[in-house]
Design a protein around this ligand. Structure first.
Ligand SMILES: [Zn+2]
Length: 119
């Protein structure tokens, strides 16, 4: 009885050991501008929906092609102004109101990141 239990436990342990990945796979998130990876301070996900509209995805789970941006103001600037976001999301271009909405988010991020109120 004791041996059987031990054997069962041992094989269960072996199965677990072989099934445990040596390195946990973390979905790679990279800022589309500066190429910062990982979730040090958390990358922000922007998502493109079926109509090509782009918005900030606070949950990070919305369906659609996503792109990540870090908290650096210059990354948002480049993403919106120099078309990094357009390229990353493979869209023709950003709609004016989407750009406006993303700019507002970028403003909030800057305020939060620097702890300074926008004046
Ligand atoms: Zn960045």
């Amino acid at each position: 009885m004791h041996q059987a239990t031990y054997g069962t436990l041992y094989s269960a342990f072996c199965i677990m050991a072989t099934k445990l990945p040596r390195q946990k796979h973390i979905p790679q998130r990279t800022c589309i501008v500066c190429r910062t990876t990982g979730a040090k301070r958390g990358l922000m996900r922007l998502v493109r929906d079926g109509e090509g509209r782009v918005s900030y995805d606070a949950t990070g789970k919305r369906a659609g092609r996503g792109a990540y941006l870090c908290h650096l103001p210059q990354c948002w600037e480049q993403a919106l102004k120099r078309g990094a976001l357009v390229r990353a999301l493979r869209i023709e271009g950003l709609q004016a109101e989407d750009t406006e909405a993303l700019r507002e988010i970028a403003q909030r991020i800057v305020v939060e990141a620097t702890g300074m109120a926008a004046s």
